[in-house]
Design a protein around this ligand. Structure first.
Ligand code: AMP
Ligand code: GLY
Length: 416
């Protein structure tokens, strides 16, 4: 099978690495790819993630059998629909299903209609009604832009004037959700689905804030662990019954089934799990810690997904723990510098240590950064402490000007 991975982040590097270890793969491509994927696959740097026509043409030229779409922008733009229309197998949500991620107004409506456990919310599209509501509301709330916002569309504050300012700006070109503020701890749960059946993967925790102990601004994710030792089988069973089952029943009823990954962003409250959001893809950095724990041949797993045979697939998972630390550019998650020369990277990549690149490029024989989050260093161990030790000892060997990371990935996330 000749496979192409669409994207250029550390998630796509992890996917490319996973495919590169499959016995089913006879050709491997990444579009546009990064300096890390170039070591494992043929990059197609001229293709942007949403260049559907270019992608279909490249798939025909390179005789690609299957495309795995990494990120939400491409999915929401309808890349999967275009590939399927051209007779090319694709793993990822259709544009219609991607609305569950791209529009929080649509996804909240879906959750309510299908009795998925979630936070109560009101959706607004005009300012006056929103302002009246905020002036009157007495319980704690969070404000969310409806559209895609790369983790930056949520306002958590007590200050009503700040809320009203955020609402005024958002409502110029988007809808706004005012959601009951939940307390508890967050986990990410991923389901693989072949369009009919689904399988849940072990839970991950994503360390979303920029600062130690969960302080500072939100980011795309500064690190992750998998599995999460404080999530019990009972909690996972509640997630399955109250969130996952009604979701898949709802997808069926609404005609939204697809082949790919569905991601449940959950808050585990004292009243049980509540769904904060759907994403229609693997998380980043969650993919970097989840994929190394899949022991089954990834190419065969993807074939099973495409053929609707997930129920018969003997999915094998490692019993180890993976912990990923993100190295970011100076300034991230605000304005950040690009094209910083990477002076050193860990050289001892092994079964226990993996370094995934995000948006890096080569400049002659040097690697240069391209994004805000530049690398994910993943340690794998028998338990969290061992994984953490491996990851943080290698983090010291990722050297570029101004590189920074959170020092507390793997720490307790209660009370965030
Ligand atoms: P979302 O894009 O909906 O996942 O929201 C981004 C982040 O905002 C989440 O990961 C939470 O940390 C926080 N958040 C979102 N909704 C709520 C809520 N209802 N209560 C408390 N925190 C929330
Ligand atoms: N790690 C959160 C996300 O991928 O959206």
């Amino acid at each position: 099978m000749r496979a192409l991975i669409l994207g250029r982040g550390a998630r796509e590097h992890a996917l490319t690495w996973k495919f590169s270890r499959s016995f089913r793969i006879s050709g491997l491509y990444c579009a546009p790819g990064n300096a890390g994927t170039a070591e494992l696959a043929t990059n197609l740097p001229e293709l942007s993630e949403t260049d559907t026509e270019g992608l279909v043409a490249a798939c025909r030229r390179e005789e690609i059998d299957m495309v795995f779409v990494g990120g939400e922008t491409a999915l929401a733009a309808g890349v999967v629909d275009a590939l399927q229309a051209a007779g090319i197998n694709a793993i990822g949500a259709t544009a219609a299903a991607a609305q569950l991620e791209a529009s929080k107004a649509i996804s909240k409506d879906f959750m309510h209609r299908h009795a998925v456990a979630t936070a109560a919310a009101e959706v607004f599209h005009e300012f006056e009604a929103f302002e009246r509501y905020i002036r009157a509301v007495e319980h704690p709330v969070v404000l969310k832009k409806s559209g895609l916002a790369a983790g930056k569309g949520v306002l958590e504050t007590e200050d009503k004037d700040a809320m009203i300012g955020f609402g005024r700006e958002t409502l110029l070109d988007d809808r706004l959700l005012v959601e009951e503020r939940l307390t508890g701890y967050e986990i990410s749960v991923f389901a693989l689905t072949d369009g009919t059946n689904y399988t849940l993967l072990p839970p991950c925790a994503d360390y979303k804030k920029a600062g130690e102990d969960g302080t500072g601004p939100n980011t795309g994710g500064m690190g992750a662990i998998c599995p999460v030792p404080w999530v019990t089988p009972e909690v996972m069973e509640q997630v399955r019954r109250r969130v996952v089952e009604p979701t898949f029943a709802g997808l069926e009823l609404d005609g939204l089934r697809f082949t790919g990954v569905l991601y449940f962003g959950l808050m585990i409250t004292k009243d049980g799990p509540k769904l904060l959001e759907y994403n229609v893809r693997f998380g980043d950095p969650e993919a970097q810690v989840l994929l190394p724990l899949i022991k089954s041949d990834f190419g065969s797993l993807c074939e099973a997904l495409m053929e609707g045979k997930l129920a018969e697939f003997p999915l094998e998972l490692s019993r180890k723990t993976a912990l990923g630390v993100v190295l970011a550019s100076p300034g991230y998650p605000g304005e950040y510098a690009r094209n910083i020369v990477v002076e050193e990277l860990p050289t001892n990549n092994s079964k226990e240590l993996l370094v995934f690149h995000a948006a890096t490029a080569t400049d002659g024989d040097r690697v240069v950064t391209g994004g805000g989050r530049c690398f994910t260093v993943v340690g794998i161990g028998h338990e969290l402490l061992e994984a953490r030790g491996t990851a943080y000892s290698a983090v010291k060997n990722v050297k570029f000007e101004g590189a920074w990371c959170r020092p507390d990935i793997g720490g307790n996330i209660f009370g965030w």
